[in-house]
Design a protein around this ligand. Structure first.
Ligand SMILES: Nc1ncnc2c1ncn2[C@@H]1O[C@H](COP(=O)(O)OP(=O)(O)OP(=O)(O)O)[C@@H](O)[C@H]1O
Ligand SMILES: [Mg+2]
Length: 354
């Protein structure tokens, strides 16, 4: 038995053995590391307690148990109790002799971040394409717009009756409004002006702006890692990105900004892949709010331009934020459910990577 245990613990695949009630009977060393728990803590616990959002996980287990048939699922995303998300291939094998306490043996093999990276890249490509179309369209609108505005100004000077200026004013005002929209559609300046900066200074700046915007009503908590070094980034553009994300949180909390709580967290992370590139050191920023969450139908396309859930929204805020983070060689991710919406961005801190 001791020998079997030794063998189990030396396997790099995570193995969970479950009884007929889906309670944990054994968990090897790799499984304890992956699921961030100890065997002592989870023996006798239901399999559903091992991960968060466990519907799909439990469904696969029940399916294998009820049908006494092996079950395999690839690239399943499991959210660990700590909130961390891992991609795994799952193989569930029923134990057919059924004598002992084991009824199911579950193998979990981490697919590292490869799958997610592919997914991110595909999504980013799709969004780049729609951004390029929108930028092209915006340019086409912008050119004649200058002419329309200029002509209206000239016309205003020639008008015989001052009262008619009301009409040229409308043309000029609407042309200006359209120009502002078109400028936002064109997105951030593609050129970065990177300076060595402390990311917390940027976060604090936006925190002050949002606090003021909310009339001092919102609660913004901070959990910063003070050891984060300075690194090269474009201050104005990053402020814009963080502001777009935090302003959404505030708008989602309306009309009760006093109940809005935003958490700002910073961490450093080693050996982290962004896009297809492995970075030695990245800065991870989480912006978490306790609002109602992003409507489920918007979530898959929330970074795409012109996707909005607000009557007066243009749906550009997150698209612009994502462009800015991407220009910095980073990535922006989002996870949302009622009561907890989390935007996470990663920025490479290794200057040689930048
Ligand atoms: N923290 C959040 N909580 C709830 N919903 C959110 C949050 N962030 C974004 N959303 C949803 O995602 C949509 C898209 O956000 P985005 O910032 O891109 O556009 P917008 O806020 O609608 O318009 P704009 O930012 O251009 O004024 C929002 O309309 C909102 O429905
Ligand atoms: Mg917005």
């Amino acid at each position: 038995m001791k020998q079997t245990r030794g063998i189990l613990d030396s396997i790099s695949t995570s193995i969970v053995a479950l009884d007929a009630n889906l309670r944990v009977v054994a968990l090897n060393a790799a499984g304890q590391t992956l699921l961030q728990t100890s065997e002592a803590r989870c023996i006798g616990q239901h399999a559903g307690t091992l991960v968060l959002h466990c519907a799909e996980w439990l469904e696969s287990l029940t399916h294998a148990l009820v049908n006494s048939a092996p079950h395999a699922s690839r690239g399943v995303s499991l959210v660990l109790v700590s909130g961390q998300e891992v991609q795994v291939d799952i193989i569930i094998t029923p134990v057919l002799d059924g004598e002992g306490p084991f009824q199911l043996v579950v193998e979990l093999a981490v697919v590292d971040r490869l799958l997610k990276i592919n997914r991110d890249e595909t999504a980013q490509h799709a969004q780049e394409t729609s951004r390029a179309i929108i930028r092209g369209l915006a340019h086409e609108i912008k050119n004649p717009l200058g002419g329309v505005r200029g002509a209206a100004q000239l016309l205003a000077k020639e008008l015989p009756d001052a009262e008619l200026a009301e009409y040229t004013d409308v043309i000029i005002r609407e042309a200006d409004r359209l120009r502002d929209l078109v400028d936002r559609l064109l997105g951030p300046n593609r050129q970065l002006d990177p300076q060595p900066l402390n990311i917390h200074e940027i976060m604090e700046h936006v925190r002050n702006l949002i606090t003021a915007e909310s009339g001092n009503q919102v609660t913004i908590k901070r959990d910063y890692d003070p050891s984060l070094p300075e690194f090269a980034c474009d201050r104005a553009q990053l402020i814009q990105a963080v502001l777009n994300i935090m302003r959404n949180a505030l708008q989602a909390a309306a009309p009760h900004p006093d109940q809005c709580e935003i958490m700002l967290r910073s961490r450093s992370q080693r050996q982290f892949t962004v896009g297809a590139k492995l970075h030695r050191l990245v800065c991870r920023i989480d912006i978490i709010d306790n609002g109602p969450g992003i409507p489920a139908e918007l979530l898959p396309a929330v970074f795409a331009p012109m996707v909005t859930g607000r009557a007066d929204g243009t749906g550009l805020g997150l698209s612009i934020a994502q462009s800015i983070i991407c220009l910095h060689g980073g990535a922006l991710e989002c996870d949302s459910r009622p009561g907890e919406t989390r935007f996470t961005f990663y920025l490479p801190m290794d200057t040689r990577d930048a």
